[in-house]
Design a protein around this ligand. Structure first.
Ligand code: DX5
Ligand code: ZN
Length: 212
């Protein structure tokens, strides 16, 4: 399974060193941006992402857990993001925000929190390049996988086939060796944070997920 490595719980004083070992094993770098309003935590912004851009050619999968994503799209484009994913629960015009991301030649993603049904994003599926299903309440790494996300990725996988949609199905939160098999048949990729970054042997854990 393709891995988007979430660096939220990485050791910030040694990010580039930590990434060096892991970059060959992952497919995307997942950037968890938090504003302390949309979620009860603050992480990092566009300048931090920009500082990491020279480290790798791997796509940056930027996850905006922010209240007003429309106001910051340009900054996250300039930071080198390849995908910019925002939440349907955020305070913005969804279609305008998707179009704004696309106007810069960047891929647009939409994300739903655990309590948000797939129904809520059905109208946007023809226009997005990624759907990010949260399998934890956004805000923190290291939380437990929420099983109600399985039906959502199953539904999104069926909708994609029936309608020949182009979006990647991504899932985010609590993905590890025991939870990845529950969703691997329905997703194109998965976000993995603490199971790799906080592991005693990160490489071994990354390979375990990759081989599922
Ligand atoms: C949570 C973030 C996730 C999280 C994943 O709000 O969106 O990307 O960092 O970390 P783990 O894999 O530890 O749940
Ligand atoms: Zn995330």
């Amino acid at each position: 399974m393709k891995i988007a490595l979430s660096i939220l719980t990485v050791d910030y004083k040694n990010v580039s060193k930590g990434l060096e070992e892991l970059l060959p094993l992952v497919d995307y770098i997942h950037m968890d941006v938090m504003d302390g309003e949309f979620v009860p935590n603050i992480s990092f912004g566009p300048a931090f992402i920009k500082s990491l851009r020279p480290l790798t050619e791997k796509p940056f999968d930027t996850h905006l857990m922010i209240k007003h994503p429309q106001n910051y799209i340009k900054q996250f484009v300039d930071s080198g993001s390849d995908y910019i994913t925002f939440h349907v629960e955020a305070d913005c015009d969804i279609i305008k925000t998707i179009d704004l991301i696309h106007s810069y030649g960047v891929k647009a993603g939409i994300s739903i929190k655990p309590n948000t049904a797939v129904e809520k994003i059905k109208d946007y599926l023809p226009y997005v390049d990624m759907v990010l299903v949260m399998s934890v309440e956004p805000g923190f790494g290291g939380q437990s996988f929420m099983e109600n996300s399985i039906n959502k990725v199953k539904e999104l996988s069926e909708l994609k086939k029936q309608n020949n949609y182009g979006y990647l199905i991504n899932i985010d939160g609590g993905i590890k060796d025991i939870t990845a098999p529950l969703i691997s048949n329905y997703v194109d990729m998965a976000v993995v944070g603490s199971y790799i970054c906080n592991a005693s042997n990160p490489k071994e854990n990354a390979l375990r997920i990759k081989n599922i």
